[in-house]
Design a protein around this ligand. Structure first.
Ligand SMILES: C[S@@+](CC[C@H](N)C(=O)[O-])C[C@H]1O[C@@H](n2cnc3c(N)ncnc32)[C@H](O)[C@@H]1O
Length: 290
């Protein structure tokens, strides 16, 4: 790679994963995901409280929705640096910054945030679901601490356990009998992944060991609107396009996939009402000082 993360480092497997076809949904579906995540994004940004003139960094910024939100909040007198290891997501984030006319305020770098050298100049370190993928989270968070000025702060949002996130769990459970047998070994507990930070005490331990102080962790329970009313089929197709069900269906044939989507749509119909197809979600809002 001409720019960006070293494919040989401790996060090589995650870097390969986030650059693979398995993650195509994060690119093609980013508008839908941004709408789905809107309530928790609002809560995470409120906790981060960016204000005009500040310098912010957005770790694992993906297609850049929160880079844009932070750039608008800090204004032309401030600055935002997005960091991500996915070439295609970084490219999309850059396009969106240009489309929004925010080039003077925001930029995105292809970099492994766990290893990138930082000067202690940011006021705010922010992340929406971008900090659960480090092979050595203590070392990564020690490095991220070096990005902040001494008076700076960190605020990120991470998923609580799968059991508390039926919007995530239900599609996989409903599709289970139609899924091809998995060739992957079962993941190690706490392995990098969307639920690596689901245990509050583990998160506290990681941050304390990495030198963070004043750690506060609050639960937040957003309602996840998967589709408009009468949209169970669309929501089932969406679930098959990105996330754990998409991963489980990676080796599926057309017929297997169709049966899985039908089973998910059937299960989602029970949650389809006048307000749309809605299921509960559960996240941690984490904040700390360097
Ligand atoms: C679950 S996605 C979230 C993306 C985005 N923050 C959002 O909410 O739409 C996780 C992101 O973290 C990025 N990522 C994973 N490991 C990373 C690392 N070591 N350094 C920087 N970004 C990383 C992935 O490429 C991916 O874009």
């Amino acid at each position: 790679m001409a720019e960006g993360p070293d494919g040989e480092g401790p996060n090589a497997a995650q870097i390969a994963y986030w650059n693979s076809q398995s993650c195509a949904g994060w690119l093609t579906e980013h508008e839908r995901l941004d709408a789905l995540f809107a309530p928790l994004t609002e809560a995470a940004l409120a906790a981060a409280a960016p204000y005009p003139g500040e310098r912010a960094a957005d770790v694992g910024c993906g297609a850049g929705a929160t880079v844009l939100a932070l750039a608008r909040a800090v204004g032309p007198g401030g600055g935002v640096l997005g960091l991500d290891v996915s070439e295609r997501l970084v490219a999309r984030a850059r396009e969106r910054i240009a489309e929004a006319g925010l080039d003077a305020t925001a930029r995105v770098e292809l970099a492994d945030a766990a290893l990138r050298p930082f000067a202690a100049e940011a006021d705010l370190l922010f992340s929406r679901f971008g900090v659960m993928f480090f092979a050595d989270p203590v070392a990564a968070f020690a490095n991220l601490r070096r990005a902040l000025r001494p008076e700076g702060r960190m605020a990120f949002v991470a998923w609580r356990p799968l059991a508390e996130n039926p919007w995530f769990r239900l599609p996989v459970e409903a599709a289970r009998e139609h899924l091809p047998p998995s060739t992957d070994p079962p993941p190690e507990p706490c392995a990098p992944g969307p639920f690596a930070f689901d245990d509050l005490e583990r998160v506290r331990g990681i941050l304390a060991a990495a030198g963070w102080r004043g750690v506060e962790i609050a639960p937040h329970d957003p309602m996840m609107r998967l589709a408009p009313a009468a949209g169970a089929v669309a929501a089932a197709r969406d679930a098959a396009a990105v996330g754990p069900l998409a991963r489980a269906l990676a080796g599926a044939g057309e017929e297997e996939r169709r049966r899985a989507v039908d089973a998910v749509a059937e299960a989602l119909r029970a949650h389809d009402g006048p307000g749309g197809v809605v299921l509960p979600g559960a996240v941690w809002l984490v904040s700390a000082r360097p």
